[in-house]
Design a protein around this ligand. Sequence first.
Ligand SMILES: O=C(O)CCC(=O)C(=O)O
Ligand SMILES: [Fe+2]
Length: 330
Amino acid sequence: MAESVAEALAVLERANRRQASAELQQQILDLRIRAGRERPPQSATVPSVAGVDRAPGHAVIPEIPRREMSAQRLCEAIHGSGAAIVRGLVDPAQAGQLRTLIDRVVAAREHPESAPPREDGAAWYLRSAEVSGAPARFFAEPGEPVSASSSIWAVDSPRVACELLELYAALGLPDLLAAYFGEPARLSVKKWVLRKVAPDNGAQAGWHQDGRFLGEAIQTVNMWLALSDCGGDAPAPGLDLVLDGRREIYPTGTAGAVFDWTVGPDLVAEVAAECGIVQPRFAAGDALFFDHYNLHRTAFGPHHTAVRYAIESWFFAASTAPLKQQPILL
Ligand SMILES: O=C(O)CCC(=O)C(=O)O
Ligand SMILES: [Fe+2]
């Protein structure tokens, strides 16, 4: 990162910590989006995958104790089994605060008259001129029934995005990911998403690999942070994953697939016959790490009665971050 950018960010972030300000939050994010477009040269060494056991048949996703989290451990788990779980990455109180923040952002979008999108101290829901496009809509047209599910780009809430950036720094993610990628990591506008998923809302949950949309000439890590008790027998939907370290992109739109972007159930069954499907149970604050090769879907089932909150943060190796995804300086 250019020193002038780092200095400007440090000044803005210190000022926002001293006195929270909607204007500062917007400026911080704008600066990070502008700076995210620069591509640093690829540099250092990356963790070795030489000894990783890619044999299918691991029965569970490897778990890494929070204090033992390292680029090497993450790399071994992702390359070996397709994913890793870090329990209690965020403590339950902080997970609760993040749920409250997501509700506030959803309210600002849905009911701006009672939940102002902008207050002096908080840019709750404000679109930056640096951002283009829009996430998939989950809200109905006037007159249609309103879905309880929401997906909101984190950047559309500078207040929340700034808080998350501070959290990621406190967790040591920038250094951990730089060691994983061998270069700095970027977030992106399009793949940094606040999620509130309704139980059994009728949505078809499609098996997919994010590499299908993002391309394969990339290096990524997705940190999917559960903010609700979800998955498995929990009342809220989690994620279903194929335990697969093979790292190949499967064809979509075939083998009984409902959509052209999903992997058909017959093919999923074939792949899973060798490696198995897991429906992990998550507590609020648990994090799941995987990359663009992971085959997964949002879980759905009749036993779900509760809303699930989560934050999806796709990190890219800076030199491979697709400009279309609108990279953001981490
Ligand atoms: O939160 C979900 O249900 C979907 C998440 C997902 O597909 C992802 O993080 O790639
Ligand atoms: Fe996904």
